[in-house]
Design a protein around this ligand. Structure first.
Ligand code: NAP
Length: 311
């Protein structure tokens, strides 16, 4: 049987994904007709979805067995009242590798004091020896697919890694905490904090003034999660007071970050344009194909979103 799959993302993504998806479907033994638009939503078996694409009302897709999100974050679609089909988020080996590299790079930048070490501009010989990773605590908020992988990579470099999540975890090499007391403890130890939480009602503004104040003076905030996890004004106040030494921010409440936002000009803020990690078409297409294979075989979908929790 030939399946009808609607690719509901923008034209740019279609250019990236059409060949990898066709390859992945063929390799999975799936016969698929791929559509980028349709006048017959009732014949679609699956939707490959990205926000800002062609679909916002899922109700006409009466035969659709699952909506397969191209991104790890689902905050823009999970609350859509027309979405009654199962929703799967993206867990992609390429995305994970990219995030591990970005997080490790930015942690090492701050751990080693690389900005201060680059002294050619003023010919200053300033031999400040950085501590070893074993003497530095990095706290990761969120121990899901990405937080865990980043935590394990940092632990392999011998950082003292503290992780925090909703449910208690047991991950070799990491100190795992949960609950409100666990968050306070994780932040008290956080010389560098990395946010890899999804954006939900429970996590919005999680890093507020009170919680920033728990961090050691001179702490660093690295946010590749979602902009609204942090109270912007509280972060700016903590930076201006010198309590937080630096913030490296990849995600923002409004993207692109508006030109007048104080983060742009702040000397102790690094802005990156939501590039911490992209879903990689080749590996992500295999995940999409595997989930369609599972749907057709009557097997449980991978990475099903818990609609009540919002992630
Ligand atoms: P995930 O596998 O769903 O993991 C989420 C983690 O957050 C889990 O450990 C979960 O705890 C924890 N969590 C959720 N709500 C919580 C709460 N209220 N209190 C404490 N912990 C909570 O997600 P992921 O794949 O690692 O991705 C994380 C986020 O990264 C995405 O949602 C997205 O926003 C962001 N992201 C950004 C980029 C970028 O380029 N900047 C790229 C990809 C993803 P449990 O394990 O107990 O459920």
């Amino acid at each position: 049987m030939t399946l009808n799959v609607l690719f509901a993302a923008n034209e740019y993504r279609w250019q990236q994904y059409q060949d990898p998806l066709r390859d992945a479907f063929a390799n999975a033994g799936l016969a698929v007709d791929l559509f980028t638009e349709t006048d017959s939503p009732e014949i679609m078996d699956y939707i490959v979805f990205a926000p800002n694409g062609t679909v916002s009302d899922f109700s006409p897709f009466t035969r659709c067995k699952a909506v397969l999100n191209l991104w790890a974050g689902v905050e823009q679609v999970v609350g859509n009242q027309t979405l009654t089909q199962p929703l799967c988020r993206m867990v992609d080996a390429g995305l994970e590798e990219g995030m591990v590299e970005w997080v490790t790079g930015h942690v090492l930048r701050h751990h080693l004091g690389m900005d201060a070490q680059i002294t050619q501009q003023d010919s200053a010989w300033n031999p400040v020896v950085p501590p070893l990773a074993r003497d530095r605590t990095v706290t990761i908020l969120g121990l899901g697919a990405l937080g865990r992988a980043c935590g394990e990579a940092l632990a392999a470099l011998r950082f003292n890694v503290v992780g925090w999540s909703a449910s208690q975890k047991d991950i070799p090499g990491l100190t795992c905490l949960s609950g409100d007391d666990g968050l306070a403890e994780a932040l008290r130890q956080a010389e560098i904090v990395v946010l890899l939480l999804p954006l939900t009602d429970a996590t919005a503004n999680l890093l507020n003034a009170e919680r920033l104040a728990l961090m050691p003076k001179g702490g660093v905030v690295i946010n590749p999660g979602r902009g609204a996890l942090i109270d912007d004004d509280a972060l700016l106040a903590a930076l201006n007071a010198g309590h937080i030494a630096h913030a490296t921010l990849d995600v923002f409440r409004q993207e692109p970050l508006p030109g007048e936002h104080p983060f742009w000009a702040h000397p102790n803020v690094t802005v990156t344009p939501h590039i911490a990690s992209e879903t990689r078409p080749a590996t992500a297409s295999q995940v999409i194909a595997e989930n369609i294979r599972r749907g057709e075989a009557g097997e449980p979908f991978l990475f099903l979103v818990d609609r009540a929790k919002g992630y």
